[in-house]
Design a protein around this ligand. Structure first.
Ligand SMILES: [Zn+2]
Length: 378
């Protein structure tokens, strides 16, 4: 995700946070120091308000992280690949590359997050009780964490996509009906209903004069609505691509050049005459890499005549490849997840073709023009 900073790796999962979190952290510390703690615990020094607020913000950050890590670890334990966790404004996203293969797995993956938050809330309460509920900065910090984690757990249990509660609902309907797409339709429908409820409640509160509260609730509604709509669109696409393989959509004659020609020849004989922006590089009849305009731009022009394409290309080891029998849904997930535009279709080292976002778009366009997308719906 652009704008995210990597901070480390836990159990093979990259951990990053989005810069938006810094802004939220500052806003949250500020509102805790001047609002929450100042109102509830009068009489502390300014230093005490600010240090408690910064500590509470960092511990909340940790709590959100543990919530997200719980999702990721359960997903991994059930055999799904988890690349990274990115923490941002509302919490976090785990970059889980596949959809859960069975309702039971989705149920566990989704539920463990809110359960972790509720567990952390309980733990914080125990600490408050152990310290003594005495209004000291430490007890106040844990009291805040108990409340915040409780709200986090409950909010995430709201049964609206893309919240965890929405996924729990989705898995239950999936289990009952035995059909994942119909479960998605029902769950996103419920999600949209809840989203509109939040939006109208936000408007109502707004016009009663509570401008900020109204905006905030309306914003949550908008966030839920966009999530539900995206999940629904994704499910429709998945339905459209069901049973469609790379071979049905790929370009069978992708642009290729030999590895031993010079960059000058590549530009003069291939890129300029044909208007290509990139080409696959072949060594003999095997795929060796990919060369794009951006790779050539790094090389000074006076060296073009002496530099072979093979020296500058992105080698095969750094390319993602797919095979012709792969399902289009998997390929699309790979393209979107890694932000790739074009993938080589390979069989035992030989280049069979290429598949790009344009190929897929054209496929969707043609199906739509022929009215076939309607026919494929159950
Ligand atoms: Zn969650």
């Amino acid at each position: 995700m652009p704008g995210s900073l990597r901070i480390g790796k836990i159990a093979g999962i990259d951990i990053a946070f989005h810069v938006s979190w810094l802004i939220i952290a500052v806003l949250l510390s500020w509102s805790l120091a001047t609002g929450w703690f100042a109102v509830r615990y009068p009489g502390w020094s300014v230093t005490a308000y600010w240090s408690v607020s910064v500590l509470a913000t960092l511990l909340l950050f940790l709590s959100v992280f543990l919530h997200e890590l719980a999702h990721a670890l359960v997903a991994r334990a059930r055999g799904l690949q988890v690349k990274s966790i990115t923490l941002f404004i509302f919490g976090g996203v785990s970059n889980i590359e596949q959809e859960p293969p069975a309702p039971g797995i989705e149920f566990q993956m989704a539920l463990v997050g809110p359960l972790t938050s509720l567990g952390l809330s309980g733990l914080a309460w125990l600490l408050v009780l152990a310290i003594g509920h005495n209004g000291s900065p430490l007890s106040a910090t844990f009291e805040y964490l108990a409340i915040a984690n409780f709200l986090l757990g409950v909010f995430n249990l709201i049964p609206g996509f893309p919240l965890d509660g929405g996924r729990v609902l989705h898995s239950i309907i999936w289990k009952i009906r035995g059909n994942v797409r119909s479960a998605t339709r029902v769950a996103t429908g419920v999600g949209q209903f809840i989203a509109y409820f939040f939006i109208f409640m936000g408007l109502w509160i707004f016009f009663r004069g509570f401008v900020l509260d109204g905006l905030w609730i309306g914003f949550i509604g908008w966030f839920l609505l966009s999530g539900a709509t995206a999940a629904n669109a994704r499910s429709m696409l998945e339905g459209m691509f069901k049973g469609v393989h790379v071979n049905d959509v790929m370009n069978h004659n992708p642009a290729t050049v030999p590895a031993n020609i010079s960059l000058q020849k590549l530009v003069d004989d291939f890129l300029l005459p044909y208007g290509w922006r990139s080409a696959f590089v072949l060594q003999g009849d095997l795929l060796a890499g990919l060369i794009a305009l951006s790779d050539i731009r790094h090389v000074p022009r006076e060296q073009w005549a002496q530099t072979p394409v093979g020296f500058v290309m992105v080698p095969l080891t750094r390319l993602h490849t797919v095979n012709a029998t792969q399902n289009l849904n998997d390929v699309l997930t790979l393209m979107v997840g890694r932000n790739l535009n074009q993938l080589p279709v390979v069989s035992e080292g030989h280049l069979l073709g290429s598949i790009s976002r344009e190929n897929i778009m054209r496929f969707v366009e043609i199906r739509r023009s022929l009215g076939l997308d309607q026919a494929s719906a159950p």
